[in-house]
Design a protein around this ligand. Sequence first.
Ligand code: AP5
Length: 210
Amino acid sequence: MAQPRILILGAPGAGKGTQSATISDHFDVEHVTTGDALRSNKQMDISHLDLEYETPAEYMDQGELVPDEVVNAIVDEALSSADGFILDGYPRNLEQVEALEGMTDLDVVLALDVSEDELVHRLTGRRMDPETGDIYHLEYNPAEDPAVEERLVQREDDSEETVRERLRVYRENTEPVLEYYGDKGVLERVDGEQAPDEVWEDVRAVIENA
Ligand code: AP5
């Protein structure tokens, strides 16, 4: 396989961003993430689309999905310039699956499995470095450099209440996406509850054996 086209699925907090960073470095593919793209454009004016809200921020801060027409356009644009990629955070419903199938084929579809209690613990303890985008956790992956520790911030949607809503939205909208790829016989499941290095070993094996 030259430059693999990889899709990573999993609930909020399953470790998609953590593993995608390593996948992107190791396989030299672009990390295409709708979450980061939307966070960089949270105040984008989408009032011309005549939707419920006028910016992505209002959907995201409540843990709801940003409408498909906004997200599909972001992914279409990002994939058109990518050779290989690791796609993270998309598709999140069956309509987005259909849109993705019109954009590209996939070489690998993998999902990280993590229990709900662990997801809540990971998300409420997550901290982000606003300068580098690196992901930390207060307990599992604390910053060692005091200068980094001081500038870490919590994502606005990582409060426990919003995390619970994100998990509900995931069960309702995104679990059918995993079922879809499972029924097609292409879904590779990885135990995401192991330590990050162990998850990475399994993820790497899945991609190399594709
Ligand atoms: P998005 O940014 O995609 O968030 P998410 O899918 O909810 O996923 P997260 O980034 O929260 O978790 P992750 O799986 O990447 O975990 P991480 O590696 O950080 O989306 C945010 C919002 O944008 C959505 O709610 C929606 O509003 C909107 N949006 C995005 N895409 C959309 C779409 N397609 N359609 C519509 N709307 C969309 O890890 C979590 C924590 O756990 C970290 O602290 C990490 O250090 C720790 N950790 C990771 N792995 C391990 C491990 N193995 N052991 C212990 N700790 C670990």
